[in-house]
Design a protein. Structure first.
Lengths: 113, 112
């Protein structure tokens, strides 16, 4: 079993829709949670960074962490064709192991006109 | 502020050869991490360098090795290349003890 599970999609939505992307994890030592966006053949771009449980909002993006359920989400409001990319969740333990990030497999999102 | 840069962009090697990939960290960052991303997968942690010392290693064999230089740039060396080493190799930089890692564009390695 992988430490981080993420539905690979693809997920196709119409422009303007609210998108919900999710990851589950098994290791309760994870304390830092990130979402990256990766366009085809490019490096991942950091979108959201959260610590422990709670919500964080940045423009059209909201990251949500539920540690009791070991479940994290990224919501995208008013989705645009330019949001079409692969979204990777990543997480890190609080202490030890340096700054190793453990990633999900990524969810491919397509926003259609 | 200059972001993370990597070279070369693409590389084609044959099985058994050796390769060196390079990374320049973002200005002000002293920690570099390397990841391997196979097609359709998330990045896998190879190792991390902090102030020129290895600071954590993933589940990769010893033929994957690295260096960090006094200016915090870094190299990833892979010996005895295998077909399964074909992947996108990503470098990420962060500040000492910092948690936010910023990735470069990657080097796409193809092993024939």
């Amino acid at each position: 079993q992988k430490e981080v599970e993420q539905d690979p999609g693809p997920l196709s939505v119409p422009e303007g829709a609210i998108v919900s992307l999710n990851c589950t994890y098994s290791n309760s030592a994870f304390q830092y949670f990130m979402w990256y966006r990766q366009y085809s053949r490019k490096g991942p771009e950091l979108l959201m960074y959260t610590y422990s449980s709670g919500n964080k909002e940045d423009g059209r993006f909201t990251a949500q962490v539920d540690k009791s359920s070991k479940y994290i989400s990224l919501f995208i409001r008013d989705s645009q064709p330019s949001d079409s990319a692969t979204y990777l969740c990543a997480m890190k333990k609080g202490t030890g192991g340096g700054n190793k990030l453990t990633f999900g497999t990524g969810t491919q999102l397509k926003v259609e006109l | 502020e200059t972001g993370v840069t990597q070279s070369p962009t693409h590389l084609i090697k044959t099985r058994g050869q050796q390769v060196t990939l390079r990374c320049s960290s973002q200005s002000g960052h002293n920690t570099v991490s390397w990841y391997q991303q196979a097609l359709g997968q998330g990045p896998q942690f190879i190792f991390q360098y902090y102030r020129e010392e290895e600071n954590g290693r993933g589940n990769f064999p010893p033929r994957f090795s690295g260096l960090q230089f006094p200016n915090y740039s870094s190299e990833l060396n892979v010996n005895a290349l295998e077909l399964d080493d074909s992947a996108l190799y990503l470098c990420a930089s962060s500040s000492g003890g910092g948690d936010e890692q910023f990735f470069g564009p990657g080097t796409r390695l193809t092993v024939l």
